[in-house]
Design a binder for this molecule. Sequence first.
Ligand SMILES: [Zn+2]
Length: 349
Amino acid sequence: MFKIPHIAPDRLPGVLRLMPKAELHLHIEGTLEPELIFKLAQRNQVQLPYASVEALRAAYDFKDLQSFLDIYYAGASVLLHEQDFFDMAWAYLEKAAADNVVHAEIFFDPQTHTARGVPMETVIKGLHHACQRAHQEFGLSAKLILCFLRHLSEEDAFATLEAALPFRHYFIGVGLDSSELGHPPAKFERVFAKCRELGLHVVAHAGEEGPPEYIRDALDLLKAERIDHGVQAVRDADLMKRLADERVPLTVCPLSNIKLCVFPTLAQHNLKSLLDAGLCVTVNSDDPAYFGGYVNDNYVQLFAALGLEGRHAYQLAFNSFEASFADAAQKKAWEHGLKAFFERLREQD
Ligand SMILES: [Zn+2]
């Protein structure tokens, strides 16, 4: 077993920021900062129900998932042209590169845009070109995962999949997001079966606000390869054992969980219990423009609140590569780079 050097608490934030990592739970529409929303609104002459950047930011005081989603969809209304989608994704990818993210699997919600008359091609190509440029400029590999909005019907999801198929080579998988409660995984069993037949990876949000059964159903009915959030699993000991035994990755988003009142404070977050139980937990930012921090902020604030150490940092970064959909050789290369990074810390001691 690789021995992690001890890292003094005052050095830990720097280590967390510098270590290479993957981000696997990030909604690109959730990276729209108020400044960019206003810039795009002006460029596209879209009327916003907020008078200023400050008024919009002041509205980011959520009481649950739904109160956030209402503002999130209002913000996305400024996205109309390929350039808008490019600009949004590029702004995120620049931040991700600065956070030493070497690989990102990015969610996008086409239904939020196609419902407003924006063509699927506009959405996917704008995002794809930003991913391509990030690879060229930063060596950051960025892949897209198409998410179905679970508050809409399965029929709508099928129509979305159909519309996206001409661009099949631009995305690697599908996910399931939006309002969880009342929209169980069973609702999307058929469309996920179709996606698996097409060779797409499948993931699903489950157990953020919803019960442990939703996590079990995401695994059994949708055959989800990763669970997004999954923090409610702790309420079910059998499920916890299964997640650990099968090493089902959980993409946990600490600051999001606090902003949406899943836990009262970061010090009460259960990430350490999940890690201690042997689960393949990862740290991610979800909708960073709305939840007060990008991936490094999530690491740094969580580590301070829970008193986590260097070995946890290594494990979480290692998990992020293990849980990614990259091929085995690529994962090995990243894991090697991570080890080398921690080796260098030892030499600096
Ligand atoms: Zn999410």
